[in-house]
Design a protein around this ligand. Structure first.
Ligand code: NAP
Length: 338
């Protein structure tokens, strides 16, 4: 038997367990050219919540009754595909379910010498979005000041470490004192500001007296507007996500104070992981694996236990309750570490 989560109804703001149904079904005979994986770990992400709502950005909304797509890592339990054997590991966008059948073209082979957490973070969307955001767009220069939003989150925690490795002075932005402490003490940022504090912009101005040279922004909204107003001359702004608007009841509404962006002659660039060619993805993975092996970058994860808790984990990511990347472990294979 397989169990999977499908969308039951659309959330107004944040999705929670009440928006999903568990569907049980018998596994069919495995088709020729496919492998069957028992899925061990799910990488829960804000884009899944965006797709539960009915608004458009770079991906289509989920249909009611559709399996919730997600990056998953699993172990092959049966193979009818050349070159794949029982016991192999792979990851792919296989969805919130306990078993998945897939062709090799839909899978990335996983070397169990690295942990499941490393594969689903540093070598997947969070790590690659941070790597390419800096290598292709932010172009870090030692000594410059870099501001990173959601600095304690999945992308943000990698972005902070990559900017520090590039010699930048890093100011993280995060919700609350505990997260700010994590950003400075564990991730190594030079400072971290709580965007909920009164006079957040005053604190930012004091922390970046010469202005912000690079702004890596995952949230948008009023937090981003405060940074836009404090950019340095010729600053670079990399728009990576819009968590503030996406999580609200009115995702179409956003803020954009462009006055100082124009006055300081800043560039604004955007990018999407979906547009990366496969060979560039492979390059990014190799670079991130080297940074992890050298210890310059350490994946930061919150592991939730059990298939049943997947929807709650998604809610908790968006509510800002988890540090680093949220992963849900469905079971622990012997041959790979968590
Ligand atoms: N361009 C790309 O290719 C690409 C790839 C992956 C992800 N993304 C986008 O990047 C963003 C971050 O993704 P992620 O996976 O790293 O998630 P994440 O930052 O780990 O999780 C979301 C975080 O957003 C913060 N947040 C939520 N509501 C907020 C609000 N109203 N104002 C400010 N902060 C808020 C919370 O942190 P606090 O507690 O600190 O507020 C929460 O922990 C998402 O918008 C995602 O869609 C883009």
């Amino acid at each position: 038997m397989n169990r999977k989560f499908t969308l039951a109804r659309r959330p107004e703001t944040l999705p929670g367990p009440e928006h999903f149904s568990v569907v049980e079904e018998e596994l069919p005979a495995l088709a020729e050219g496919h492998v069957r994986l028992r899925l061990a770990m799910a990488a829960v992400s804000p884009w899944q919540a965006q797709r539960c709502k009915d608004f458009s950005n770079y991906v289509e909304p989920f249909a009611i009754g559709e399996l919730i797509s997600c990056d998953m890592l699993g172990q092959v339990v049966e193979s009818r595909a050349a070159g794949w054997a029982e016991g192999d590991f792979a990851m792919g966008r296989l969805g919130w379910q306990e078993y998945a059948d897939a062709t090799p073209a839909a899978l990335t082979r996983v070397d169990p010498a690295l942990s499941m957490s490393t594969w689903l973070t540093a070598l997947s969307s969070p790590g690659l979005s941070a790597w390419f955001g800096f290598a292709d767009h932010a172009r870090p220069m030692p000594g410059e000041t870099c501001v990173i939003t959601s600095a304690a989150g999945a992308l943000g925690s990698f972005a902070v470490q990559i900017a520090k490795a590039g010699g930048m002075r890093v100011i993280g932005i995060a919700g609350g004192e505990a997260k700010c402490q994590f950003v400075t003490e564990t991730l190594g940022a030079d400072a971290c500001l709580d965007y909920r504090l009164p006079d957040f912009e005053g604190h930012l101005r004091a922390a970046a007296p010469a202005g912000v040279h690079v702004f890596y922004d995952t949230v948008g909204g009023l937090t981003a507007d405060a940074v836009f107003a404090n950019m340095a001359k010729y600053g670079r702004i990399v728009l990576v996500g819009r968590s503030d608007a996406n999580n609200s009841a009115d995702p179409g509404a956003d803020f954009a104070n462009m006055r100082m962006v124009w006055a300081r002659e800043c560039t604004v660039e955007t990018f999407s992981m979906y547009s990366l060619l496969p060979e560039r993805r492979a390059t990014g993975r190799a670079r991130m694996a080297a940074l992890v092996r050298s210890g310059a970058v350490r994946p930061q994860v919150s592991i939730v236990e059990g298939f049943e808790h997947t929807p709650q984990a998604l809610h908790d990511v968006l509510a800002g309750k988890l540090l680093g990347k949220a992963l849900v472990r469905y079971w622990q294979p012997d041959a790979i570490s968590p």
